[in-house]
Design a protein around this ligand. Structure first.
Ligand SMILES: [Zn+2]
Ligand SMILES: [Zn+2]
Length: 455
């Protein structure tokens, strides 16, 4: 089974299916125990060859990936990324030239202009997703990896810093911002001359460098450096409930978890609160999903921006933006904007409604396919930010008063809310609930959960 560079390996299940997925059946060596994030199955991870990966036997999720020379490669990419980040934020980004007049923008101009137009909520989201989250990710990687590379003691609060890095990853959306730039430039080509600045080139390279840094990072290598208390190192007893940490992926016997002052079980390695399932997953997901559905209506009915050209003002909704691109023969971009702004949010709402109802009615239909649907909702949501970025970039570029100017409108606020609420909804949903319904006939998955971990 352990062969060939790059070959996918399958994690091993031992003997029969466990009756309750989080209970140790006594057949595995504790050092390589893994709990799958997506289906909750306890299994044994094989030793990986270079660049090999291990998949869950039940749902197919990639559990581990071997990254050769992870620390050196990730650190080199992080340092390159930091230099590019400083360049991208220090020089002109795009220039807009029309009838002898011009405006010059930097990366932050759109955020400042949106705030000035009273759309502070949208400005905060754009600032966080396009500048702050990528910048913080690079900084946290530098702080975490430098002592590892130099063989120095780990900095205080190291697990918290690395935990924050992991939490920030889905919120860095520079790649989506890039699509926003493309759409904005194409929209303005008839009207004016757009000149790219030095920052834009640094920004494009940074997208690839940050993605490469994330891909070359093997979190196991980092977590292995955090010493474990003896209690957490003991193998679970046969039939004992084990708990997996969602952040550092440590699997420990429930009794080995540290209990804090509020009585919550905490991971002995990264100190994150341990849950057998995400707390109040269904209630939270329902609440966020209903809020997103309500916001979806004004997001599509209200204009997202008002365009003033030669003294005449015209309001643009999301749909009219797509039609504009179609009428001007730019159908590839029209398809991109339609998919990102209309199709993806609707698909995400429908998939989440379907998943919630299927869990509610304890459906046993195709759990593997439903887990895949969940992964799709998690992966596609961020691409809907394209239109929010288009508004931000246009507002920053087109600032020539009555000659030509663009102002953000209420639709942009509601649309931004839809994207963020559906992202939080997907994060709140626990796909392990899909599989719990499959175990209802057995010992009873829920009654088997340890009291310390049921926070
Ligand atoms: Zn799984
Ligand atoms: Zn942990």
């Amino acid at each position: 089974m352990v062969a060939g560079t790059g070959r996918a390996l399958i994690a091993r299940r031992v003997g029969v299916w466990p009756r309750v997925s989080g209970v140790y059946s006594g057949h595995m060596s504790a050092g390589t125990l893994t709990l799958c994030d997506d289906c909750g199955l306890l299994q044994q991870s094989p030793r990986l060859p270079p660049r090999g990966s291990a998949q869950c036997v039940r749902c197919g999720k990639t559990l581990h990936r071997h990254q050769p020379d992870s620390v050196n490669r990730t650190l080199a990419l992080t340092l390159t990324g930091l230099v590019l980040f400083i360049v991208a934020n220090s020089f002109p980004f795009l220039s807009f030239e029309m009838q002898g007049r011009s405006t010059e923008t930097t990366l932050i101009t759109g955020v400042v202009d949106l705030t000035a137009q009273g759309k502070g909520e949208v400005a905060a989201v754009v600032f966080f997703t396009s500048i702050l989250a990528p910048g913080l990710q690079l900084l946290l990687l530098l702080i975490v990896l430098t002592p590892l590379k130099l063989g120095r003691p780990l900095p205080p609060g190291f697990p918290t810093l690395f935990r924050w890095f992991k939490r920030l990853v889905p919120w860095g959306m520079m790649d989506v911002f890039m699509i926003g730039i493309l759409v904005s430039v194409v929209k303005l080509t008839d009207m004016a001359n757009i000149v790219p600045g030095l920052s834009l080139f640094a920004f494009v390279v940074l997208i690839f460098v940050l993605a490469a840094a994330q891909a070359s990072l093997a979190p196991d290598v980092v977590w292995e450096r955090v010493p474990l208390p003896p209690e957490a190192r003991r193998p679970p007893a046969r039939g004992e409930v084990v708990v997996g940490c969602d952040v550092c992926e440590l699997v420990v016997p429930a009794g080995a978890a540290k209990i804090d002052r509020q009585g919550r079980a905490r991971c002995p390695r990264c100190t994150d609160v341990l849950h057998r399932r995400k707390p109040r997953s269904l209630e939270r997901t329902w609440a966020l999903l209903i809020a997103a559905t309500i916001c979806y209506v004004p997001a599509n009915l209200y204009p997202i921006m008002a365009v003033t050209s030669l003294g005449q003002t015209q309001a643009d909704t999301i749909l009219s933006g797509v039609l504009f691109l179609l009428h001007h023969g730019m159908w590839p971009l029209a398809i991109v904007v339609f998919t990102a702004s209309i199709f993806v949010p609707l698909l995400k709402l429908l998939l989440l409604f379907f998943l919630l109802l299927s869990v509610h009615f304890k459906s046993s239909w195709q759990p593997r396919r439903r887990t895949l649907m969940y992964r799709v909702t998690e992966a596609i949501g961020r691409w809907s930010m394209v239109d929010v970025y288009v508004v931000t970039i246009l507002v920053a570029l087109v600032r020539l008063g009555n000659l030509a100017s663009i102002e953000a409108q209420a639709g942009a606020v509601f649309f931004c809310a839809v994207v963020i609420l559906t992202m939080f909804a997907a994060m709140s949903f626990d796909p392990r609930l899909i599989w719990d319904a499959m175990e209802q006939d057995h010992v009873g998955a829920r009654s088997g959960s340890p009291s310390v971990a049921a926070t």
